[in-house]
Design a protein around this ligand. Structure first.
Ligand SMILES: C[S@@+](CC[C@H](N)C(=O)[O-])C[C@H]1O[C@@H](n2cnc3c(N)ncnc32)[C@H](O)[C@@H]1O
Ligand code: SF4
Length: 360
């Protein structure tokens, strides 16, 4: 029987490095990208033929690839008819024609990196686009026929006021995407933001203000008819991200490309992070795996809990091994029972990392 899985394909190229981002990505030339696509195709062929119910081109900036490149990769995969096939796009790299090309290549969902609708904030973040270009990318994706669009935003930005989060939400809801993700800024080591933080030129948002922002987002989204189905993810009914939900359900998926992570045949692995090692392994006919971990029953149960609790509607089934911890967390108001499953309470959502730590 052919096994059904998701597949994540990493595209490690960006126009420019944003000031807050530590995702694995580099500036590139056309020729680097062409070579990389050839190796992605070779890597795919090192795996058995699975059948895929979700495909996700993530990055970096996958929209630096041409529709023709995307089609060549998709043509190698057996993709189920109803599969979700997503590409992450940066507004500065797309137009109507490119969206049309992606659609024709088999993409049926786009995730646009908007981050904010505030011109000044976009500049501080080091984004290459302004708010008009962000909106235009969304409109052109719609015009090209995409009926499933997700937008990425961030909050808790340097010096951001609650009123500025409100303005971003107002602009977001005018567009009415089927899905949006909104991440609280993480000050990642090695980024320009982190250096400024260390030098005292920037400061982190006060915890209470950050909680107020998050609460505002949750309440406003609810009013607009969005379901808060994961800590940072909101969707209109029935439009939850299929690919990402499979991570949170602890399902197996293939990870392809430089630095990609995967979970396959009971093993979690991470690919090589240097181009030379990645290319050398593939030239030798080997999977370009840097490190891997066998997931035994105990590790699997822990993953199942800490990932599953992220799904706010679905949660996890009570299990003997964790029942005492769940009861304790229920007593202090961080977990609650819903249809015989445990889910995070609203307070639990705000303290999610503390809840997850209890299971590790
Ligand atoms: C790979 S990027 C998405 C696509 C594309 N590269 C872009 O930025 O337009 C994934 C998302 O992660 C979020 N992100 C990246 N770095 C972050 C950080 N330090 N803190 C919070 N969110 C972050 C951003 O919202 C970003 O859109
Ligand atoms: S946020 Fe997106 S565009 Fe910016 S550096 Fe990270 S991956 Fe690249």
């Amino acid at each position: 029987m052919v096994m059904v899985k998701g597949i994540y394909i990493h595209i490690p190229f960006c126009l420019n490095k944003c000031n807050y981002c530590d995702f694995l990505s580099f500036k590139s030339k056309d020729i680097d990208r062409k070579k990389y696509v050839e190796y992605l195709k070779k890597e795919i062929k090192l795996y058995p033929q699975y059948e895929y119910n979700s495909v996700y081109f993530g990055g970096g900036t996958p929209s630096l690839l041409e529709p023709k490149d995307i089609k060549e990769i998709l043509d190698l995969l057996i993709i189920k008819d109803e599969a979700e096939v997503t590409i992450e796009v940066n507004p500065k790299t797309v137009d109507y024609e490119k969206f049309k090309g992606y659609k024709k290549a088999g993409i049926n969902r786009v995730s646009i990196g908007i981050q904010s609708f505030d011109r000044e904030k976009l500049k501080v973040l080091g984004r290459m686009h302004n708010e008009e270009e962000g909106k235009k990318a969304y409109e052109e994706a719609r015009r090209a026929g995409f009926k499933n669009i997700s937008l990425d935003l961030m909050f808790s930005l340097p010096n951001q006021k609650l009123s500025e989060v409100r303005s971003d939400l107002k602009e977001l809801f005018k567009l009415k995407p089927e899905h949006f993700s909104i991440y609280s800024l993480i000050w990642e080591e090695g980024t320009n933001f982190f250096e400024k933080l260390k030098r005292g030129e920037m400061k982190e948002t006060d915890n209470d203000l950050e909680a107020d922002m998050y609460n505002e987002i949750i309440e406003a989204a609810k009013k607009e008819g969005y379901i808060h189905y994961e800590i940072s993810n909101f969707s209109l009914p029935g439009r939850e991200a299929i690919h990402n939900s499979s991570y949170w359900r602890n399902e197996e998926y293939l990870g392809i490309g430089l630095g990609a992570s995967g979970y396959c045949d009971g093993i979690r692995y991470k690919n090589q992070v240097k181009f030379k090692d990645y290319y050398d392994n593939i030239d030798n006919g080997e999977k370009p795996i840097l490190e891997s971990e066998i997931i035994d029953e105990e590790a699997k149960n822990i993953y199942k809990y800490i990932l599953g609790l992220r799904l706010l509607e679905e949660g996890v089934l009570p299990e003997k091994k964790f029942i005492e911890i769940c009861k304790k967390l229920e007593k202090i108001g961080l977990l609650e029972k819903k249809a015989e499953r445990y889910i995070l309470t609203k307070q639990g959502i705000f303290l999610a990392n503390d809840v997850f730590d209890e299971f590790v």
